[in-house]
Design a protein around this ligand. Structure first.
Ligand SMILES: Nc1nc2c(ncn2[C@@H]2O[C@H](COP(=O)(O)OP(=O)(O)OP(=O)(O)O)[C@@H](O)[C@H]2O)c(=O)[nH]1
Ligand SMILES: [Mg+2]
Length: 362
């Protein structure tokens, strides 16, 4: 999801007037011998047209290049709606589109005005009025453009996903070890810290297993509370589970060093399992700092298979990759990725064989 870089309203005005005057300075020299009134008409018309053209381009940049929320893929639509005031965003874009139209009418009116002016002074007055009206249009639009710029900044955290890859979403309560797991699975580098809500946006990592590429998303922690009460940061995780997950990994911290009780974590696990249909793997984190008795007690609270992981155990990570691969099974995405990677490997082998043969011939 790309949002264009926008100039502020005052920036658009400054750019438009500056370019118009630079352009006419250049033409003025060429018209040194033209009749005074004709030269005035030509120069003031060009100033109106040039400043209009520059501001139109900037408005088009806002109106045409900003994605329409309703046309976005489901995840991004929900993402936008959870992060910003979507109605205000739509209104701001409509205002920019209306200004573009009004500017067109204004330009026509004042170009005509200059054409019918009786002397050079009148030409100048008409052009100055055009500049004045144009300034008030943009000053009216100022708050809306500022709002769009603010939204663009907030939405820039949206992840850039590869929709063709089998996608696994890591979810769980804050501070349970989700980002640590992403690092261990994919080698990518989200921030890890001792406090909750370290991760404030979705991070992406990838790994290959059995000639297949998998995409893994690390999400912000979710609290065990009704969805309506969840904040913008938590809602990113919920949207990712809802729209992006081909499978999910629920990270459970049996040591409770995350700051959340096992009961609360269990409640969140049950909610996600009940609300979303994708297959889910249950991972126990931090098993290096829990005693065997305590661990067994915690395991008994679940009816499903548990994968035990810890920062220090790489066999458990290999096991987890294998389980993800099995979950992917014969899905279309897995099949495509497998074929592509096999092809790449085949091409690489062929290339090497050719260059080896060439070396031997030399
Ligand atoms: N001993 C031990 N500590 C771990 C393990 N996994 C994570 N931690 C620690 O737990 C803390 C939280 O880890 P993160 O990976 O940042 O947890 P998170 O779930 O991503 O946290 P948020 O982004 O805040 O939701 C950090 O201090 C980690 O070093 C583990 O397997 N063993
Ligand atoms: Mg994290």
């Amino acid at each position: 999801m790309k949002i264009p870089i926008m100039l502020k309203a005052q920036g658009i005005l400054d750019k438009s007037f500056k370019e118009a005057s630079k352009y006419t300075d250049h033409i003025r020299e060429k018209m040194a011998h033209t009749k005074f009134i004709d030269r005035a008409k030509r120069l003031e018309t060009l100033r109106i047209e040039r400043s209009y053209a520059v501001s139109k381009k900037e408005l088009e940049n806002i109106v045409l290049k900003t994605p329409m929320i309703n046309e976005l893929p489901e995840f991004y639509r929900e993402f936008v709606e959870s992060q910003i005031d979507a109605d205000k965003f739509r209104q701001a874009l409509n205002h920019a589109a209306a200004t573009e139209k009004n500017m067109f009418n204004l330009r026509n009116r004042y170009v005509k005005g200059v054409k019918h002016a009786r002397n050079a002074k009148e030409c100048e007055v008409k052009r100055k009025r055009f500049y004045g009206r144009m300034s008030s249009f943009f000053m009216d639009l100022e708050d809306d453009i500022d709002f769009l710029i603010k939204c663009a900044k907030e939405l820039s955290i949206a992840p850039h996903l590869n929709e063709d890859l089998f996608t696994v979403v890591i979810a769980g309560m804050p501070n349970v070890g989700k980002s640590t797991l992403l690092i261990n699975l994919t080698g990518s580098s989200p921030e890890v810290a001792k406090y909750p809500f370290t991760t404030k946006r979705i991070f992406i990592g990838k790994f290959q297993y059995d000639y297949t590429e998998f995409q893994v998303l690390d999400t912000p922690g979710i609290l065990d509370r009704p969805n309506k009460e969840r904040n913008k940061i938590e809602l990113q995780a919920v949207s990712a589970i809802r729209h992006l997950a081909d499978a999910a990994i629920f990270v459970f911290d049996p040591t409770e060093t995350c700051g959340f009780s096992c009961e609360k974590q269990l409640a969140l696990f049950s909610e996600i399992k009940k609300s979303f249909p994708m297959p889910m793997l249950l991972v126990f984190s931090k098993t290096d700092i829990i005693g065997p008795k305590e661990l067994e007690k915690r395991k008994k609270e679940f009816d499903e298979p548990i994968i035990e992981t810890s920062q220090k155990s790489s066999p458990s990570i290999e096991n987890l990759k294998k389980k993800i691969c099995i979950l992917g099974g014969k899905s279309q995405k897995v099949r495509l990725s497998k074929t592509q990677l096999q092809k790449q490997k085949h091409n690489f082998k062929n290339k090497n064989t050719v260059s080896e043969n060439q070396n031997q011939t030399r």
